[in-house]
Design a binder for this molecule. Structure first.
Ligand code: RUB
Length: 321
């Protein structure tokens, strides 16, 4: 059909769904880039090339395809909203230009925000500190890498992060940044908290009450860190702020396949059991010391003011049919 998204959009959607492209910020920039590719393809093909309404419809359809890939990281709909709200023009060429420009601006802004929040997060870390990480977050890594660039010597205890082992990516990138890394299984985290000065995690979404939605296991880590007196920060640029939570909506937690938890043979042998695989959890604001953004650091309870300022006009869905 004429609203079937172009091949690059379908490929990006597939890569997000299969987690070849993963992490909230990376998903957001891939989605924005896919919309630019859709605009180029639609401006060059068939009915959409000469019909502004058909072009707009094809952009909305592409955004819906991208939106449906994974539910939890709000950076994805925030990216789609950013680009589609800036789509304007009378002709297809004007529309195409506006989408490509908005996509470029979004990706530039994302990179700049990550650099800026890295500086803020780095100021929380002192020379000689050991940090503990969970999952793989480019925003969290930006803080640690900025601290290293400031000349601070930082070591890391990296949780492997079952079931997908994103900790391996974190371990490799920290090693490349010159940070000595100790990799541990998730269940060893509490034992190692005694040797740690800060816990640094990322976020997929931040709710209006300051709740931090991040990789499953973050909330347990936060509770343990509090009990041990270790400060925990979440590094999250403001595209992680979830506008719908301003009006009482909750953040959907993605449930992934049981095959990530147990192989078919073991499951068969155990017999009739249930297996569940939630990909994210919610850390209540009282267990989080600071949310580090490109606008500075905030106590979780005060993040709602920033959310109102940046997303106050609400969460419209410009991709709706
Ligand atoms: C990734 C994850 C990351 C956040 C933040 O989960 O929980 O901590 O997305 O990442 P998954 P970033 O691997 O399931 O996508 O700071 O890079 O946006």
């Amino acid at each position: 059909t004429d609203t079937e998204p172009a091949a690059p959009v379908r490929e990006t959607a597939e890569e997000i769904a299969t987690m070849e492209v993963r992490g909230a910020a990376t998903i957001a920039s891939a989605a924005a880039e896919a919309l630019a590719e859709q605009a180029e393809a639609a401006a060059a093909s068939g009915e959409t090339a000469s019909d502004p309404a058909a072009f707009r419809a094809s952009m909305r359809a592409a955004a819906r395809t991208l939106r449906e890939t994974r539910p939890t990281a709000v950076s994805l709909p925030n990216a789609l909203r950013y680009v589609l709200q800036r789509m304007e023009g009378q002709t297809v060429d004007e529309l195409r230009r506006s989408v490509v420009d908005a996509s470029d601006a979004f990706v530039r802004q994302l990179d700049r925000a990550q650099d800026d929040l890295g500086q803020v997060g780095a100021n929380r870390l002192a020379d000689g500190d050991t940090v503990m990480t969970h999952c793989h977050s480019t925003d969290a890594l930006a803080c640690i890498e900025a601290a290293v660039e400031q000349g601070k010597s930082i070591s890391a205890v990296v949780k492997e992060t079952r079931p997908r082992q994103q900790g391996h990516i974190t371990a490799e990138q920290l090693r490349e940044a010159g940070v000595p890394v100790t990799l541990i299984v998730d269940s060893a985290a509490r034992r190692y908290l005694d040797e740690v000065d800060h816990v640094v995690v990322g976020a997929d979404s931040i709710a209006a009450d300051g709740g931090v939605i991040n990789k499953i296991g973050t909330s347990g880590l936060a509770v343990n860190a509090r009990e041990r007196g270790v400060p925990i920060m979440t590094a999250a640029q403001t595209i992680k702020l979830h506008p719908e939570t301003l009006t009482g909506h909750t953040v959907e937690i993605e449930m992934r396949s049981e095959s990530e938890v147990i192989d078919a043979e073991s499951r068969e042998q155990i017999g009739e059991i249930a297996v569940e695989n939630p990909a994210f959890d919610v850390t209540p604001p009282r267990y989080m010391d600071a949310i580090v953004t490109e606008h500075g650091q905030f106590p979780p309870e005060s993040i709602v003011a920033l959310m109102r300022e940046l997303f106050g006009e609400g969460a419209e869905e410009p991709w709706a049919e």
